[in-house]
Structure formats: structure tokens, C-alpha cells
Design a protein around this ligand. Structure first.
Ligand code: GLN
Length: 481
């Protein structure tokens, strides 16, 4: 049997029963990567030797009777998440040779659970982008259609899972970077509540929005990965000390009496076939006993505008550390420290990153701060309040993840506004700090569509339950997916 094609939950059961070994599974994945990666380009760095070593350790633990769902499971890690001893580039020339001396907390937790790291996944440079074409190294192709983008910025993570080159992956989501590529590649992606998962060791883009989360083949797999990475971390002051529930327990195919809100603004301008697929899913959930009502979040329409002030403002500060002095690339050491910094940054950063640093610096500068940054912050508060108000009436919100099916490689690289519009339905969720899940929802123009489920802060259990219920309905024999 082709082990690499199976889900995490199925594989972990096989490992528990000792029907397969972690080494056997890792070998299956590694040789599948050798065959498949040349067409997809999902990785920046492959770590087959490390994977073999980790698999061996997992087998030793299994032999001693130890077990947990992630023990021996091959995973990909987005290349902005620090891995000790393994190059972590952020898909940027400026960090091309950077090898972190420590693990991100999420990586430390995966290692503790016994997951196997097969490689570091491609992404848009510093997670800025929506197609993975802004990687300084190479683009990634969508496994469902090689002429199309996998989405971004966690395009490598989503493509790796969709093409069975990893059983599961970690991505990061600042404005949609887990959910949008998950939707485009036909896999499951969760952006947890802000503060649910530690960001320690995640190379920062926009710290008030960034969150790490799972990209998986099924909702159950998503719950299993979240279980391991969620929780308070003393190394990240923004991680929240809220008890971590048993996420697998939440996975009942039951939405009876659950109130689903359909935010009307999230359907405006959406590709008609995408909207139709999502409406069909909502109708199926209603049929299964959910109460559906239309709601309104008018400020969501301003979300994109607020985000493209706030995220660049934060990035202009976060990326100031790449100065050629402390680590990463250094160019023009003979030019004095300002000259060296200029040369390093001009050579090390791609065009999109430079643009955002400039926009962010401008928005924060005296005279413009009130007009742009402060105004965007006020808007963000209003948006959050609108979500709070709506969540007094409904339990979750359901809408499309992305407004269109995946576009063609090269189609939007020169149209930054159109590219940014691909996150119009995911960004409001980051601005409000809420959990958002994308689950496959049929096809539009023959390409994957994502159903987005948005929940109250820390209510991942309900979000996962709705996603799980939809997945069961979708896979029921009477339905065509
Ligand atoms: N596409 C959005 C951007 O370019 C979101 C990226 C992300 O979530 N990291 O900023």
C-alpha cells in the first residue's frame, strides 16, 4: 500500500499497532519526494538524513511501548519556523545561509511528540505574498494543476501535503497564508486564535497578526497537530494561558442546533461557482440540523485596507534587524556601516519586501502616523467589535476562504492589488484574532474550493466540529465531492 498517501490518523493507528514502522513510512515519503518534488518545488531544504535519524528514534520509542498520534509521522515545516541546525531562510536571500541555533517552540513540541521532519517548505519571502511566487528561490506548483499557483504564503506546506510529500505540515498565517493555500490545494488548514500557539522561533512578519497552524489532509489530522502545538509558552508573552481542550473529542459529526452565521459581505465579488459550492455546503449543514442566518460585518470591507497599513508598519520594524551586522547576509563591508547596511538590504530583500518596508515606514512616520497607522488601528477595533456583536447571535461564521479558484503562475505577479485581493476574506479574521479553518468544498472550474469556518476566540473545538461534519457529509457515498 502507498503509505505516503494515507492520513495522519490512519498512519498513527498503523504505527500504534506496529503494522508499519516509522522508518518504513519515512522511506516511503522520502522516495515519493524524490519522484515528485522536481515537478512541484514545495521545499527549500530537504532533510532526508535527519528524517531517517528521527524515524529511527521514533521506532525505538514505539518499541518501548510509547505512543502518541504524532510519533513517527513525517512532516514539513514552513521555512520561517526556526529549526535548530537546519537552514531557515524565510525564502529570502538575506537569510539564505542562516542556520538557527534554537528550535521554535512548535518544533520543539513536534520533536518531543516524535514527529519526523522531512524538510523546510517553500513560501513567499518573509511570508509576504499569496502565491509563493515571491520566494527568492523558486515558485511552487499546485499539485492539482501544475500550471497554477498553490497559493501563499505557505504554498510549499500546502503543496507538500496535497502531493503526499508530507503527511502534515506547519504553516503561518498573518492574513490568510495557511487557509488560502489550503483552499487552493484542496487540503485542510487552520489558523488558530491569536495566542493559542506560541510564536517563539517564528521569524516575525507582523507580530500582532502572525499565528502558526497545521495544514493537513483531514480535519481530524488538523485537530491532532493542533493538540501538540497549542498552549501557553513562557517564551512568547502573547501566548495565552487558556486550558487546551481535547480537540479530537470535539470531532462529532453533529451540528444540530448550532447557529451558523453567513456574513453577506464575504460573498460580494466572489467567483459565482465558488460562492455556489459554499452555499451548497451551508445548505447541507442546515439539512444536518444547523440553524443558518445571514449576518453583516460591514467593517470587513475595510479589512484589506487596514491590513496593508498595519502589516507593513509592523514588518518595517521587524525587518530592521536584518542589517548585515548580527546574522544573515552581509554585503559591502568596506563601505562603512550605513553603506554596508544599504548594500546588504538592497541585495538581500526582494522587491515585494522592500515595497512593504517603505510603505510601513511611511505609514509610521510623523505626520502620517495619525492619518494611516492610528486610523487603521481604530478600524481594527471597530472590526473586532463587529465580530463580537455577531458572535452573540451565532456560534460560527461560514463563508468562502478565497474569492476565486487558484490562478495561473505568472498571472498576478505584476498586479499586486489583484494578488492582495485573494486574501480579502481571510484578513478580517487575523485582524480580529479569531480562529479560522479552511476545509475542501468541491470544485470550481475543476479546481479546489475552500469553505472557511470562523469561530469565537479559543473556540477551535466548535470550528473543527463544523469542519468535521462538513467533511463527513462531503464524503458520504451519496454526494459527489
Ligand atoms: N497575502 C497576505 C500578504 O501578502 C498574507 C500573507 C500571510 O498571511 N503571511 O501579506
Amino acid at each position: 500500500m502507498a503509505l505516503h498517501t494515507l492520513s495522519l490518523s490512519v498512519l498513527s493507528e498503523k504505527l500504534r499497532r506496529r503494522e508499519i514502522s516509522a522508518t518504513e513510512l519515512t522511506e516511503a515519503v522520502v522516495s515519493h519526494i524524490e519522484r515528485t518534488e522536481p515537478q512541484i518545488g514545495a521545499f527549500i531544504t530537504l532533510t532526508p538524513e535527519l528524517a531517517r535519524q528521527m524515524a529511527k528514534e521514533a521506532d525505538a520509542r514505539l518499541a518501548e511501548g510509547e505512543w502518541n498520534p504524532l510519533l513517527g509521522i513525517p512532516m514539513a515545516i514552513k521555512d520561517n519556523i526556526s529549526t535548530r541546525g537546519v537552514r531557515t531562510t524565510c525564502a529570502s536571500r538575506i537569510l539564505e545561509n542562516y542556520v538557527p541555533p534554537y528550535d521554535a517552540t512548535v518544533v520543539a513540541r513536534l520533536k518531543q511528540a516524535g514527529a519526523v521532519i522531512v524538510g523546510k517548505a517553500n513560501m513567499d519571502e518573509f511570508a509576504m505574498g499569496g502565491s509563493t511566487e515571491y520566494s527568492a528561490f523558486h515558485p511552487t506548483r499546485n499539485p492539482r494543476d501544475l500550471e497554477r499557483v498553490p497559493g501563499g504564503s505557505s504554498g510549499g506546506s500546502a503543496a507538500a501535503v496535497a502531493s503526499d510529500m508530507a503527511v502534515a505540515a506547519l504553516g503561518s498565517d498573518t492574513g490568510g497564508s495557511i487557509r488560502q493555500p489550503a483552499a487552493y490545494c484542496g487540503v485542510v488548514g487552520l489558523k488558530p486564535t491569536y495566542g493559542r500557539v506560541s510564536r517563539y522561533g517564528l521569524i516575525a512578519y507582523a507580530s500582532s497578526l502572525d499565528q502558526i497552524g497545521p495544514i493537513t489532509k483531514t480535519v481530524e489530522d488538523c485537530a491532532l497537530v493542533l493538540q501538540v502545538i497549542a498552549g501557553k509558552d513562557p517564551m512568547d508573552a502573547t501566548s495565552v494561558d487558556v486550558p487546551v481542550p481535547d480537540y479530537r473529542e470535539a470531532l462529532r459529526p453533529d451540528v444540530k442546533g448550532l447557529r451558523l452565521g453567513v456574513p453577506k459581505e464575504f460573498f460580494e465579488g466572489v467567483h459565482p461557482e465558488v460562492a455556489q459550492r459554499v452555499q451548497e455546503a451551508i445548505a447541507a449543514l442546515e439539512e444536518a440540523g444547523a440553524e443558518v442566518r445571514e449576518v453583516s460585518i460591514p467593517m470587513a470591507e475595510q479589512g484589506l485596507a487596514m491590513y496593508y497599513i498595519l502589516a507593513p508598519a509592523e514588518c518595517s520594524s521587524n525587518l530592521a534587524r536584518y542589517d548585515g551586522v548580527r546574522y544573515g547576509l552581509r554585503v559591502g563591508a568596506e563601505k562603512g556601516h550605513i553603506g554596508m547596511m544599504e548594500a546588504t538590504r538592497a541585495q538581500g530583500f526582494g522587491k515585494e519586501v522592500i515595497q512593504r518596508i517603505i510603505i510601513g515606514t511611511y505609514a509610521l512616520s510623523s505626520g502620517y502616523y495619525d492619518a494611516y497607522y492610528l486610523k487603521a488601528q481604530k478600524g481594527r477595533t471597530l472590526l473586532r467589535q463587529e465580530f463580537e456583536r455577531v458572535f452573540q447571535e451565532v456560534d460560527v461564521l461560514v463563508c468562502p476562504t478565497a474569492p476565486t479558484p487558484p490562478f495561473k503562475l505568472g498571472e498576478l505577479v505584476d498586479d499586486p492589488v489583484a494578488m492582495k485581493l485573494m486574501d480579502v476574506l481571510t484578513i478580517p479574521v487575523n485582524l480580529a484574532g479569531l480562529p479560522g479553518l479552511s476545509v475542501p468544498c468541491g470544485l470550481a472550474e475543476g479546481l479546489p474550493v475552500g469553505l472557511q469556518i470562523i469561530g469565537k476566540p479559543f473556540d477551535e473545538p466548535t470550528v473543527l466540529r463544523v469542519g468535521y461534519t462538513w467533511e463527513q457529509i462531503r464524503e458520504a457515498p451519496s454526494q459527489t465531492p
